[in-house]
Write a protein that binds this ligand. Structure first.
Ligand SMILES: C[S@@+](CC[C@H](N)C(=O)[O-])C[C@H]1O[C@@H](n2cnc3c(N)ncnc32)[C@H](O)[C@@H]1O
Length: 425
């Protein structure tokens, strides 16, 4: 990165460095966290924090305190020109030509600090939409390293917007994901729903233990190996060879010993067809090809579906009013949290808004017995931090009644503290 006079050059991007008042404030003062003690909630369980203030100051202090986080999730202003991004106390409108460089400058400074706060195996997720996705991707490539790019999740976030659209109905936004070190990153995988998978359509007397099955051809054209090329005796005594003859290119999928085991253990099916005998392996739902119970898992897809309207309803159910626009749905955040195998991990969200990340952390802990802790940083513009972020999560811990009068039990095993970033006296 070159920082020539007032321009920043990073990874092919070149933009004007826009100074922020908060930068001078951090330089000129010694900052500290001051707890607002009357806002403490809960007495047992993981300790969560809400930090009220500009996130540059909050991140600076966390870095000074040498804190590390395993998972950082952020949902920054998308820079829509629709009163979502403020610079020196003024909102940008869509016509302002400098709004992209100002936004890049704003994000760059915060992401540099985020990088320093990631633990060795840490990972960061960044919500964004089409307006800044391309710029954010390049900034992140520069800060976290192109090689550490994990995925650009594409999230279907709404439905039925066709009538309001011009050329194309865009019902998606994104979530960029980078690891601190791609070589050590491990994600939980998705459990494959074999129970409802229609391709398992046959059953035999072992259905209770093994589940249903489908048939896979034992004859196979892959990389050739002599040990997989042998004669099999069909039920009528005739001999069969893979591909109709010994020799390349066909082999059987299983070696002779494994095939004999399969016959003995009811894994092999012979079928007589007009073209002669065919041999199949039974692929069962609940056991592998060694008769061991298996849970089938696959990496998660980058195409995800978590609707924004769900997030708005969840928040309205707690606060009884729509005072915060576009909170993310908790299940999106639970999905992100559940990708991380460590269920005692430390989570940070420094554009916390309504505090969905903390709510999701507590719900996920309840679901799997984890002890994750979550730190939120968000400013108190329009009293959001006090009246939305804090109020929502306090209610989540203490319990609340939905708009329809349903009692939601509190997530009692959690502690929440509220801090402000102040000048140390
Ligand atoms: C898009 S919202 C995040 C919504 C959140 N994911 C949720 O589910 O509620 C971004 C939030 O970051 C706050 N914010 C913007 N700039 C900030 C800054 N420099 N420091 C702290 N918070 C900031 C905004 O006020 C807003 O509440």
């Amino acid at each position: 990165m070159k920082n020539k006079s007032n321009f920043i050059h990073l990874n092919g991007l070149y933009w004007e460095n826009k100074a922020e008042e908060i930068e001078q404030f951090i330089l000129n003062n010694t900052l500290s966290f001051k707890e607002v003690k009357i806002r403490k909630v809960g007495t047992t369980g993981p300790k969560h924090r809400i930090i009220e203030g500009d996130n540059l100051g909050g991140l600076h202090l966390l870095q000074q305190n040498k804190e590390k986080f395993d998972l950082i999730y952020i949902d920054p202003p998308y820079n829509t020109g629709n009163k979502d991004f403020k610079y020196t106390d003024a909102y940008f409108n869509a016509e302002d030509e400098s709004r992209h460089s100002t936004w890049s400058s704003f994000m760059y400074k915060r992401l540099q600090k985020a990088k320093a706060l990631l633990s060795a195996n840490g990972v960061i997720f960044l919500a964004i939409d089409d307006l800044e996705q391309a710029r954010l991707k390049l900034i992140c490539d520069g800060i976290f390293g192109e090689q550490n790019f994990v995925a650009n999740f594409i999230r279907k976030n709404k439905a039925g917007s066709g009538h309001d659209s011009k050329q194309v109905a865009v019902e998606f936004d994104y979530m960029l994901c980078y690891a601190n070190n791609i070589n050590t990153l491990v994600f939980n995988q998705e459990i494959v729903d074999v129970e409802n998978d229609k391709k398992y359509k046959h059953q035999d007397k072992l259905v209770k233990k093994r589940g249903k099955y489908y048939l896979r051809d034992l004859d196979y054209k892959g990389s050739y190996s002599k040990t997989l090329d042998y004669e099999i005796t069909a039920p009528d005594g005739s001999t069969l060879q893979s591909g109709g003859k010994i020799g390349k290119p066909n082999t059987w999928r299983w070696g002779k010993e494994k095939f004999d085991w399969g016959v003995e253990n009811d894994y092999i099916v012979f079928k007589e067809t007009p073209k002669g005998w065919k041999v199949y392996i039974k692929q069962y739902q609940f056991v592998d090809n060694k008769d061991q119970v298996r849970v089938r898992k696959l990496p998660h897809r980058a195409l995800i579906d978590f609707n924004n309207s769900k997030g708005s309803n969840e928040l309205k159910d707690i606060l009884k009013q729509g005072i915060f626009s576009y909170p993310k749905p908790v299940d999106l955040l639970q999905f992100v949290i559940d990708l991380i195998p460590n269920n005692n991990c430390k989570i940070l969200d420094f554009f916390a808004g309504s505090g969905t990340s903390l709510h999701a952390t507590m719900l996920q802990n309840k679901k799997d017995g984890g002890k994750r802790s979550c730190t939120l940083i968000t400013n108190n513009e329009n009293k959001i931090c006090e009246e939305v972020t804090y109020a929502r999560n306090k209610a989540a811990i203490e319990g609340y009644e939905t708009r329809k009068g349903k009692q939601v039990e509190g997530l009692k095993e959690n502690q929440l503290q509220y801090f402000k970033v102040v000048v140390k006296k």
